[in-house]
Design a protein around this ligand. Structure first.
Ligand code: CA
Length: 328
């Protein structure tokens, strides 16, 4: 699909011939194409994760299927979209559904994909069929587009494994960060942010579950690294804003750095990914700006992320025009 914002920039190009005697001015027309937000307009999508593979940016999303005006999340599968120029996005369709997990019964909530040693691991939130509450599962494939199968045959995290709060939805929103040394780290939670390293097989915890203490944590952690500094972004408060913290290690300790992104109209939730692609940093999130959109009918968007000279993040302002097409 293509949501075009065409901006014509008139720039002066001057060519000088026989300097001092003759000069000629010509005008060049440069066409800049913007993606426009939301980037996905053929269905309602939410909770994006992002991964770069083979010079292609893949965005993995939840799929809001609730009817307009009705209440509650209706989410059964997860979608894959990709781009090579930030403007033209390909819809690869649903590539994973709750049905893949025999032990789960509903709710394809926020998920996150990572690649390790040639395999693709899709960490997902679902409702457990027999252990009350939400749970985290892992699907695996040799191909980024699947087909994906259950990597464990049971949940990686169940609600009864954490007891800091008694809500049934505190074990949601998995995010995995893989460091340069190959170690993998899992972050998840609602109300309380939890952390555990993962074993090399990506399907077992490699240590006790720890709690990360950051102010006003709500949900949706996402960790990335830039210039040897680690960033933990997360949804805070409710309606949700997005705040972030920094550390010198993926295990922390995390230093709270403040606001990254304000709340968006019509959607009290948000969920973000921060990714570098072809030299620029992108902030992938959702709002409810698509026609007919709302709390349960959200839409994935992309804007630029910027960093200060000291390495901290600049506050991100959402735009309607979105990001520019990358020159081919
Ligand atoms: Ca729990």
């Amino acid at each position: 699909m293509k949501n075009l914002f065409l901006i014509l920039l008139l720039g002066g190009l001057f060519s000088c011939q026989n300097a001092g005697q003759h000069s000629e001015a010509t005008t060049a027309k440069t066409e800049v194409t913007y993606a426009g937000n939301p980037i996905i307009q053929d269905m309602y999508t939410a909770d994006p994760a992002a991964w770069v593979h083979n010079d292609t940016l893949f965005v993995f999303t939840g799929h809001d299927e609730q009817e307009e005006g009705a209440e509650g999340f209706v989410m059964n599968d997860w979608m894959v979209y990709s781009t090579t120029d930030m403007v033209n996005w390909t819809n690869h369709g649903p590539r994973l559904s709750v049905d893949v997990f025999d032990w789960a019964k509903a709710d394809a909530w926020a998920a996150h994909l990572v690649e390790k040693d040639g395999k693709f691991y899709w960490f997902v939130t679902v409702e457990h069929a027999s252990i009350p509450g939400k749970a985290i599962g892992v699907a695996v494939s040799d191909n980024i587009l699947g087909p994906y199968e259950d990597a464990i045959g049971s949940a990686l995290i169940t609600n009864d494994m954490t007891t800091q709060t008694d809500i049934f939805w505190d074990d949601i929103d998995p995010a995995v960060f893989i460091d340069a040394d190959g170690t993998a780290h899992l972050y998840w939670g609602n109300t309380v942010l939890k952390y555990a390293p993962l074993k090399e097989n990506m399907t077992e915890l490699d240590g006790p579950i720890e709690v990360i203490d950051v102010p006003s944590f709500t949900e949706g952690p996402y960790v990335f690294k830039r210039n040897d500094q680690y960033f933990l972004t997360f949804s805070a408060q409710f309606p949700e804003v997005i705040d972030y913290a920094m550390a010198d290690s993926p295990a922390g300790p995390w230093v709270y750095k403040g606001r990254l992104f304000d709340e968006v109209p019509n959607s009290p939730t948000n969920h973000q990914a921060v990714v570098e692609y072809k030299g620029d940093w992108y902030f992938v999130y959702h709002n409810a700006a698509l026609k007919g959109g709302g709390e349960f009918r959200r839409s994935v968007c992309v804007d630029y992320a910027y960093f200060d000279d000291d390495g901290s993040m600049k506050e991100i302002v959402p735009t309607e025009k979105g990001v520019m097409e990358i020159d081919k």
